[in-house]
Design a protein around this ligand. Sequence first.
Ligand code: GLC
Ligand code: MG
Length: 554
Amino acid sequence: MSPRHAPTADAWWRRAVVYQVYIRSFADGDGDGIGDIAGIRSRLPYLRDLGADAIWITPWYPSPMADGGYDVADYRGVDPLFGSIEEADELIREAHDLGLRVILDIVPNHTSAAHPWFVEALAAGPGSAARARYVFRDGRGADGGEPPTGWGSVFGGGAWTRVTEADGQPGQWYLHLFAPEQPDLEWDNPEVRAAFEDILRTWFERGVDGFRIDVASGLVKDHASPEPPPPPHGVPSYVVAGDPLSDQEGVHEIYRAWRRVADGQAPPRILLGEVHASSPARVARYLRPDELHGAFNFHFLRSPWDAARLRAVIDETLASHAAVGAAPTWVLSNHDETRQVTRYGRPFTGIRERLLDDGQPVDEALGTRRARAAVLLLLGLPGSAYLYQGEELGLPEVEDLPEAALRDPVWTRSGHAIRGRDGCRVPLPWSGTAPPFGFGPPGSTPWLPPPASWAERSLEAQSEDPGSMLALYRRALALRNGHPGLAGETFAWLPAPDGVLLFERDDGLRCAVNLSGAPVPLPASRTTLLRSDAADAGDPDALPPDAAAWYLDR
Ligand code: GLC
Ligand code: MG
């Protein structure tokens, strides 16, 4: 197969399918139980054949792994756990040869506590230039024993940790929106800004096509609002307007500068933000022509399986993105969120927070039907789509990992109240009938234990089964990449019964998704391109509940 696009094709990101590789759990080339660059390289042809345009690789930089690599100690290198800088160069070259673009993950909100800057900051003491790269403050109260603000860490507990100064006395506090091993940087500091722009250039010179920006909306804090924001129970957004820790006006100037760096490359590179904001319209402000190229659509991801809710998010997304000339994006899962077949099989099908959602009863057959329908919705919409590794295999969230196996810092930081995100990070099953299921060489032990039942879900087990989740993804991606009806950005809702989403793209291509409780008739004149329900299921002229179809009506 030849590459589908020339590497310089314009605006490729506007309709790209980006496959997320969570590196620790994708494929393990060296047999140490942890996914790595060698593993990714061995599976690049699979990703090309699946129909991905680009891969987003989660952080591979040197790291103590306090948060699975989102605690970066050196932004220019590769952790030996994952490989070497030479292997990274090879991967980028091989991906490009296959027509796959490579997007790296950059973590600008915080470094690792092992980063030389933070080590220096601790040693240098209060008032030093080294401390000014981070957010150090004196504590409140008579002896400075109270944290500077009441802000909480996303992973549980407070967002400030007190340090011991050189004289052995308790001293200043530093801010960490995540774990204490992830101190937040001070983005008002020009040295921080210059360093990151230089890091971007370094990887662009190595050939990467863009960056996914971790916690993109969190870099600037409103220190005038020392109290924590209201609790994040809102659905489908978990950032509320007025949150002092997210979506502050000052972040935009940072991305305008990054955009200048990206646009200055030949060819220009792209920037995708992990933007948490209170509405799609707030997200779209990051997508103005001189800022980011794309942002993850968390409002869509978090929406319950409900036609009116989804329709509202789709409308808000399309309108707010069109207003700034940005392409919409669509995503249903990632390495932080519950996998689709599990959450769509729960009583509450959206995402609130793991404390409320995990451990709810799951009807996996129902969740699987909905996940199949949902991917036709995801890939049927105009714009760009993100797929999280393993969704194409219909993997469930692993909710019964032994406690001793849990690695997510959320587990300990929450005082063992929240199990965390390991359940969506279990290493992928590729082949064979017993662990490691081809994730690593025979005899190796994956870092999280895959369930025995995953023998049936392996790539190998699904490859020859036309009714499998894999077959559905392959067919849907082939149509998305090859059918003119899905090529453009045209979109229009059509009249449909309550609980049914029905829209038309180009050339009379229609997508129908039935979220109602009753079958809905399909037009007799249609030519069916793809259905999410099994081909032999019931009345061919009706779409059952929790099913979707792509068809031509003309
Ligand atoms: C982002 C990442 C998440 C990480 C956090 C801190 O939300 O997706 O995995 O834990 O940032 O870097
Ligand atoms: Mg390995």
